[in-house]
Design a protein around this ligand. Sequence first.
Ligand code: E4P
Length: 216
Amino acid sequence: MKIFLDTANIDQIKQGVEWGVIDGVTTNPTLVSKENRPFEETIKQICELVQGPVSAEVISLDWKGMVEEARKLSQIDEHVVVKIPMTPEGIKAVKILSSEGIKTNVTLVFSVNQALLAAKAGATYVSPFIGRIDDIGNDGLKMLEEIVVVYNNYAFETEIIAASIRHPMHVAEAAMIGVDVATVPFNVLEKLFKHPLTDIGIERFLKDWEKYRAGR
Ligand code: E4P
């Protein structure tokens, strides 16, 4: 499973790249707004750091505006993937963009049917938001599982990005379900490394090693 970092924060991305576990980045207008930096400059810098797929989202809601924005965004860097919202206008734009060889990521997906339409339009990626489904008391992982079944049934090439990840269990469950990618916030990425028994084990090894060295 590939891991993307779900952030527009350069320091977090540098740290993820340094750890050697990041395969790409996803951003959205909210994440970009937190950084208070020029959008295109931020996306360019992220592409240079990651050298992998970097999602940048359009703002237009009409297909013509989306296509226009997407063409510009794709010029920033070869790694740019254009994020398009799951609407009829968005799906029309995805169809056009995929025919032009521009990579797309259909976002704000909350159902199997929406994921089905994204794949039929030729989306490169689809982003089901599991956390936001959990937030309203439904089962985000169940939807993810159903999307994987449907995509396998028809051998769709669209890659599934588990998005709106809230905690490490979402990552583990997404991997067990067999999605292509999980895009994780930095605070969740940090938690993936951690286990109290690892810390206890290291402490005990070091203590025993010190005793051994002192006794020689
Ligand atoms: C994917 O890139 C999504 O934009 C992101 O995961 C949404 O996460 P949120 O539901 O925590 O805003």
